[in-house]
Design a protein around this ligand. Structure first.
Ligand code: ADP
Ligand code: MG
Length: 388
């Protein structure tokens, strides 16, 4: 899950990483005056809280010298669609902005922690040439990038932090501060089960302070079982339907097509989407009902699929491995008593007791097409969606 800048900075504060004084996040222009007061004396910086980098160049980071300037910026920024190289051409709507005290900048540095899959451990990546995109730097000046592998059981060692500090030309009297900060960033990475913690830029001020001006944190969903704080956070990337599905334990990702797919197992879901594409259609979603394809779960899945008004046909493709196909068929039929379909339904079952399952469906009198194979089902669903 990706965290917004202000969420990242809040975590940084907890780990003792210096960030600029802040007035917090606001969603309405009326909240600005109080936010400016909390941040302290101006100038201030107003920052669009969207999950994309490159905001600076796209107009999502603006300095305000006076409260009047700040009000004008906030009025324009809230509600605008920010388009950066990372958002795609539709951009992302700005719902909230962060109001920070602006810092004087002498130098911008890059520092991050990522998982190095080859080494099998976290690695600190840093460069004295901050403020620019690290990908660009990696292409044109790979020698300007420092790497320091971290032992996850002990965190960043002091000698490693010093080695980074010298290479980054950190002012000598701030060596202690930098060590604390670099260690802190690594501790955020380890403590949150993150897959990325990035500070770009980390700045040196004219008073030689070292401050994290930006924060990008991505956490690993696989660790949510032991990350209660992260699990309780709102996923800002998810659509309302995706959030609803998550609450009931269904993996759902909305897509642009017209065929709603209900499948058990992520692999089978991928294969189903491929087959729909190959048959000339396009899936409206990725949906994995999970192992227990029972009445409740199938009902919820149908309800979520049908809330998407783009859906012109529904394809159910369920494999009865641990679950028997006759039990699944009963689940589907039970669910159909509770939801109003309104669009053609194609069902393909395979696995244990498939004959019994299909017979149940065919004899139920409920209007649906029972398909014989995945390919047959995909073709029938695409044809039905086309007619509808
Ligand atoms: P992004 O990475 O999305 O472009 P940043 O937070 O890195 O957004 O901001 C872009 C640039 O804006 C920074 O490189 C820095 O020069 C400037 N900036 C950001 N925050 C502040 C601040 N608090 N004070 C002064 N300048 C800032
Ligand atoms: Mg940045």
């Amino acid at each position: 899950m990706k965290l917004l800048e202000h969420e990242g900075k809040e975590i940084f504060r907890r780990y003792g990483i210096p960030v600029p004084p802040t007035g917090g996040v606001i969603a309405k222009p009326a909240q600005l005056t109080a936010a400016l007061k909390r941040a302290g004396k101006g100038p201030w910086v107003i920052k669009a809280q969207v999950l994309a980098g490159g905001r600076g160049k796209a107009g999502g980071v603006k300095i305000a010298k006076t409260p009047k300037e700040a009000a004008e910026i906030v009025k324009k920024m809230l509600g605008m669609r920010l388009i950066t190289p990372q958002t795609g051409e539709k951009g992302i709507k700005v719902d909230t902005v962060l109001v920070d005290k602006a810092s004087d900048i002498t130098r911008e540095i890059y520092i991050s922690v990522v998982l190095d899959r080859k080494l099998g451990c976290p690695v600190v990546i840093a460069s004295a040439e901050g403020g620019v995109e690290i990908e660009e730097l990696a292409k044109h000046k790979p020698h300007a990038i420092l790497r320091e592998a971290v032992d996850p059981s002990s965190g960043l060692k002091a000698f490693q932090a010093r080695r980074l500090a010298f290479a980054l030309r950190i002012p000598a009297e701030k060596l202690g501060d930098f060590t604390k900060l670099a260690t802190g960033i690594v501790n955020v990475f380890l403590g949150l089960d993150a897959s990325l913690v990035e500070v770009n830029p980390l700045i040196i001020t004219p008073k030689n302070e070292v401050i994290a001006l930006d924060a990008k944190v991505i956490t690993d969903d696989n660790a949510l079982f032991r990350q209660k704080d992260t699990a309780a956070r709102e996923d800002h990337e998810a659509t309302p339907l995706e959030k609803e599905a998550k609450k009931v334990g269904i993996s759902y990702i909305g897509l642009d097509g017209t065929i709603g797919c209900m499948v058990n197992g992520a692999g089978l879901a991928m294969a189903t989407m491929d087959s729909v594409n190959l048959a000339g259609g396009s899936p409206a979603n990725f949906l994995d009902v999970g192992g227990g394809a029972n009445v409740e779960q199938v009902t919820r899945a149908f309800q979520i699929i049908l809330k998407d008004k783009k859906v012109k046909a529904v394809l159910v493709n369920i494999f009865g491995g641990i679950m028997r196909c006759d039990v699944i068929a009963e689940g589907v039929l039970g669910a159909l008593k509770k939801v109003k379909m309104g669009v053609p339904l194609v069902v393909r079952l395979e696995g244990t007791n498939v004959k019994e399952g299909k017979m149940l469906l065919e004899r139920s009198g409920v209007k649906m097409t029972v398909a014989d194979s995945l390919w047959d089902a995909a073709k029938k669903a695409v044809a039905a969606a086309g007619r509808n």
